[in-house]
Design a protein around this ligand. Structure first.
Ligand code: IPE
Ligand code: IPE
Ligand code: MG
Length: 242
């Protein structure tokens, strides 16, 4: 009960008190440069990034943001050196193990965005089991691994073809994307100074607000979240109207 009041106070005092920010998405970029600045290997930056990811999703939940999507590994990231890919996948499986243990007490429903076919069967089954076990929970967490926005659109269209469709509507595509259970993102934040989309949520971002920051992902803290939420509330969303 005390925890509930504590949380409620936090939501009321948060920059998202109006609750208009329902879905925030992060392109978690800059881990490699963060490590390099410290004279450390890139994998050190990924470890720091993974631990920051835990902190940030927790904080977003505490300020009443119902859905959080994170870009963890793109369909293009397979081009990186083998050791780096392995280090990132190891951090991902560590997180999966932790989630398997702790998610029963958490009100989080997790979905993995991207084709699971590339992963070994035991890992794939664990991802699916976690998705099943967390179904129906309140807070949405989408983790994009082996994700590409173009790949997702192609996957949706192929699913529609296999259902026998010969023409499709926007709703058909929206409802067959990996994000079909989430509202569209209201705000997309990219850390790490690059001002590009890198194949993230191409269809869903049609009317998302975009926020770019120089802060490298491992340094992106709760205060930074507050800044981008505040920035979101200063914008006028017209959706093409007046
Ligand atoms: C983001 O950080 C994490 C992934 C893409 C997996 P980077 O690894 O791209 O870090 P920089 O951009 O090289 O600093
Ligand atoms: C985008 O970052 C992908 C993720 C954060 C997972 P990248 O570092 O891969 O993107 P580019 O290469 O700078 O476009
Ligand atoms: Mg990068």
């Amino acid at each position: 009960m005390r925890r509930f009041f504590h949380l409620k106070r936090r939501v009321e005092a948060s920059p998202n008190a109006e609750g208009r920010l329902k879905h925030i998405a992060f392109i978690m970029d800059g881990n490699g440069r963060w490590a390099k600045k410290r004279g450390m290997p890139r994998s050190y930056g990924h470890a720091a990034g993974a631990s920051n990811f835990r902190k940030i999703i927790e904080y977003c939940g505490s300020i009443g943001i119902g859905a959080v999507t994170v870009y963890a590994f793109s369909t293009e990231n397979w081009k990186r050196p083998r050791e780096e890919v392995d280090a990132i996948l190891k951090l991902f499986t560590d997180y999966l193990s932790e989630a398997e243990k702790s998610f029963s007490e958490k009100d989080i429903c997790v979905r993995f965005l991207g084709s699971k076919a590339v992963f070994p069967a035991p890992l794939r089954e664990r991802m699916e089991a976690l998705e099943r076990a967390s179904t129906g929970k309140r807070q949405r967490l989408n983790i994009a691994v082996n994700y590409g926005g173009r790949d997702d659109i192609v996957h949706a269209v192929n699913a529609l073809i296999s259902e026998g469709k010969t023409t499709v509507t926007e709703e058909d595509i929206t409802s067959h994307l990996y994000t079909s259970e989430s509202p569209p993102p209201d705000l997309i934040v990219r850390t790490g100074a690059e001002r590009r989309i890198s194949n993230f949520l191409l269809w869903e971002m049609a009317y998302a607000e975009l926020y770019f920051t120089e802060v490298l992902w491992p340094d992106f803290d709760e205060r930074q979240v507050d800044l981008c939420v505040k920035d979101f509330y200063e914008r006028k969303r017209r959706f093409g109207g007046l």
